[in-house]
Ligand binder design. Structure first.
Ligand SMILES: [Zn+2]
Length: 275
């Protein structure tokens, strides 16, 4: 999402939106497509809240966008065909920015710019580590009271915005924390390790995805750029122990049983019967 935001800011920079148009598809959910087609002029700001993009155009019109599972923004020249294009911004430099979404899980919701931050669910989102900054204390406050397993709590967008399944798995590996730890059991030193790991994971993700086109991890892609995600059965990059996986909160979690011990104390034996 952050890469999409940066690309859009660059593409809109110094340009004017001369025409917005969209097909009548379900990406608008309950919102009015004609309000999307009223967007025009300069893009005054584009902020990201979690996985949502908030566009504010001159004149006070705005748009909340979500890429869903398969959506992306791509820039083409006028007349070029973009498969799965659902909505388009025509710029005054001859470029067209398409919202392309094969499966239409994405969402476009036009609304007055001043109201964007109050729309459901943006108004409910927790702190965004990249957009808002995050200290160990803020992380402990946001996540520490959760009764969910640590990884599930990290992905709860109302506690912390913008951390997905891959980010959460990678951050826990970097921090040496088991995904099933109880958030309330973390020590101040562990929160500090975790906040540093979240920052490192986000930085790595941004570097990995820089460029004109977003990069998605696909099953079977030859080189897996992640430390632990998608490596089940293979050796841990740090200690060689086979990486394990299990399902947690409906998502697959990958972890190293040696680097991320259940007990929270490295190299200690798991306590029998304790979950
Ligand atoms: Zn390991």
């Amino acid at each position: 999402m952050e890469i999409a935001r940066r690309n859009l800011v660059r593409w809109f920079s110094g340009r004017r939106l001369v025409r917005a148009e969209a097909d009548d598809t379900r990406i608008f959910r309950g919102a009015e497509r004609r309000h999307f087609e009223e967007l025009s002029g300069r893009l005054e700001s584009l902020v990201r809240r979690g996985k949502y993009l908030l566009f504010a155009f001159e004149g006070g019109r705005g748009l909340m966008g979500h890429l869903g599972m398969t959506g992306k923004f791509v820039r083409r020249t006028e007349g070029q065909v973009e498969p799965h294009s659902r909505a388009r911004f025509h710029l005054d430099d001859g470029h067209v920015i398409h919202f392309s979404d094969p499966r239409m899980f994405g969402r476009m919701e036009p609304a007055p710019a001043p109201l964007l931050r109050t729309l459901d669910p943006v108004g409910l989102l927790g702190r965004d580590p990249l957009a808002d900054g995050l200290t160990a204390g803020q992380l402990a406050e946001a996540v520490g009271s959760s009764r969910q397993p640590l990884k599930v709590a990290l992905m709860d967008q109302e506690r912390l915005a913008g951390l997905g399944n891959i980010h959460a798995a990678e951050a826990l590996f970097r921090a040496g924390l088991h995904p099933s730890r109880e958030p309330g059991s973390l020590t101040p030193a562990e929160w500090k390790r975790l906040v540093q790991a979240i920052r490192a994971t986000i930085d790595f993700g941004l570097k990995e995805q820089e460029g004109e086109e977003p990069v998605y991890l696909e099953e079977g892609r030859s080189e897996n750029p992640f430390l632990v995600y998608g490596r089940a059965g293979g050796p841990c990059s740090q200690c060689g122990t086979p990486v394990e996986s299990f399902t947690q909160g409906g998502r697959t979690t990958h972890f190293c049983p040696k680097c991320q011990p259940r007990s929270g104390v490295h190299a200690s034996k798991p306590r029998a019967g304790k979950r």
